[in-house]
Design a binder for this molecule. Structure first.
Ligand code: ADP
Length: 517
């Protein structure tokens, strides 16, 4: 009964062409290959299993943890004339049995279920009586402990196979999986690595910039004033910071709304409505804001502080420019942010996740210090290869002169080695600047030949320079409760004088209005 997928796309969804990646995933599924599809939110993952569902006999089982979105998805399918249903804890027992009866009669093309359902023996027994050609596993990163949203029930997915007579094809889908998490998903679901399709992470209308060592309040004040007719979101890491930025902008006469988990439900709703209805142009919020917000004309997203990982950053910044028009994504960075995020991560109720979270945070710190293309840095992180420089971001358009910092680099690297490669950047910076800290004396670091080699320099600037060397991969971080740094193979080449290191001078970002020519 397999029909041409493009005809199905046109007939049911009204689209004339597949997007990048969709065609390949659908071809793989229809050939019977298990696959992993990694595409950003809004990239069009649903079509990758909905089109095959219409081309295959039987009912496609969709496993999704997003109970609140299941009804919307099923309603949308009904609108398109596609028979579908969902089973989750919101159904009454009458509704559940009614749905199951229909499912057993093969009335649905798609059946959405929450992963917890797979813990139930009786449900799995019912599946045995159905024809299931394909299992689509949405939010597949939940299967991995290395992902940012591990769900133990996802580990039971493989149990389905013990109950089914014919093994269905597996299609795992996610928007946020690092190459490490992708490997883990493939391994656990026995998906061959060649069947991985990673695409669509580039957003060619987003202009990324990192602003360092500048007064953040001044920046947001000036930016919102110059762009007062544009809608934008300012994300801050804590409720306190949200309140502070909110007051700052309000005092400056900017129509502003705020959103964080500390506000009562009705007020959150009210503030959100003000932003959607454009009564307030600017929304200042914690990461609690944004899920399910469908506002396409957001012209800028400013992160007032560094977020905790790249997954969160790209999701939040990606709320800008949904309408395809050029939009700004600024990240305002201060080294204090690293301490704030570390503190928040260490409050995690699950201590076993702390070192993984800190490793993920380091990727954000590298992003803030890289002098390479920012968009490329992000896309590569999500595992897409063959990426070109974007030519638009703050780094690609940066024309500052470069300075040869090879000698300074050699000083830092040799100091790291002399200290036994067992300490963090703050301590290394203290040794280099000749700090009188008692601990250094106890460890006899004041006797090292590199002690005070950068005397007269500010320890904070040296620590910043070390971050730059980490982002360039001359130094690497061994994460743990106390992250330590060590010299990489690339770093050894610098010590041997085989390569030179260049750095650009201090950057000052000037704020311009988005509608300036
Ligand atoms: P995801 O699940 O990856 O977040 P969706 O599947 O919800 O994304 O798709 C996002 C939007 O893109 C939807 O409105 C969908 O209808 C639309 N879309 C998907 N595929 C295509 C296509 N080939 N052409 C045009 N629009 C598409």
């Amino acid at each position: 009964m397999i029909q041409n997928p493009l005809d199905i796309l046109d007939k049911y969804f009204g689209y004339s062409a597949f997007r990048e990646g969709q065609q390949r995933v659908i071809d793989q599924v229809l050939q019977g290959d298990d696959s992993l599809c990694v595409m950003p939110t809004g990239g069009g993952k649903s079509v990758c299993y909905q089109v095959p569902a219409l081309a295959m006999d039987g009912t496609v089982l969709v496993i999704s943890p997003l109970i609140s979105l299941m009804k919307d998805q099923v309603d949308a399918l009904h609108q398109l004339g596609i028979p579908a249903a969902y089973i989750n804890s919101t159904l009454s027992s009458e509704e559940y049995f009614g749905t199951m009866d229909n499912a057993l009669e093969g009335k649905y093309k798609l059946l959405y279920v929450a992963p917890e359902r797979l813990d139930s023996e009786s449900f799995l027994n019912q599946l045995q009586k159905m024809t299931i050609p394909l299992i689509a596993i949405d939010e597949a990163h939940c299967i991995s402990q290395w992902g940012h949203d591990f769900r133990p029930s996802y580990r039971n997915i493989h149990r389905i196979f013990d109950y089914l007579n014919n093994r269905p094809i597996i299609l795992a889908l996610t928007a946020t999986a690092t190459p490490e998490v992708q490997d883990d998903i493939c391994q656990q679901l026995h998906i061959p690595p060649v069947s991985r399709v990673v695409t669509g992470f580039e957003r060619s209308n987003l202009i990324f910039s990192v602003v360092k060592a500048q007064n953040r309040d001044q920046f947001v004040k000036e930016y919102t004033r110059k762009n007062k007719n544009e809608a934008g979101i300012i994300y801050a890491a804590t409720r306190k910071a949200v309140e502070q930025v909110y007051l700052l902008l309000e005092k400056n006469g900017i129509p502003v709304a705020k959103y964080h988990a500390g506000l009562p439900d009705y007020e959150r709703q009210q503030q959100q409505d003000r932003f959607i209805m454009e009564d307030a142009r600017v929304m200042v919020a914690t990461n609690a804001f944004g899920m399910g917000i469908d506002k396409s004309n957001i012209r800028y997203v400013i992160h007032y502080q560094m977020p905790k990982n790249m997954e969160s950053y790209y999701q939040e910044a990606g709320r800008a420019g949904r309408d395809g028009l050029d939009s700004d994504c600024y990240l305002l960075f201060s080294s204090q942010d690293v301490l704030t995020q570390r503190f928040l991560i260490e409050q995690s109720p699950d201590p076993s996740r702390v070192s993984n979270e800190i490793k993920k945070m380091q990727v954000m710190v590298d992003y803030c210090h890289t002098e390479g293309c920012l968009q490329k840095h992000i896309i590569k992180y999500f595992g897409e290869d063959d990426v070109e420089d974007c030519g638009r971001c703050g780094n690609c358009t940066d024309t500052r002169e470069q300075f040869d910092v090879t000698v300074d680099t050699q000083k830092v690297l040799s100091c790291v080695i002399r200290m036994g490669q067992r300490f963090g950047k703050t301590m290394v910076a203290q040794v280099l600047t000749g700090s009188r800290n008692k601990k250094l004396k106890e460890l006899n670091f004041d006797e090292l030949s590199t002690y005070g080699l950068m005397k007269g320099r500010n320890a904070k600037d040296v620590a910043d320079f070390i971050e730059f060397l980490i982002s360039k991969n001359y130094l690497q971080v061994e994460s743990g409760p106390y992250p330590t740094i060590f010299v990489s193979e690339d770093g050894k080449d610098v010590l041997l004088g085989k390569v030179k290191v260049w750095r650009k001078g201090e950057m000052v970002t000037t704020v311009v209005a988005k509608d300036d020519p």
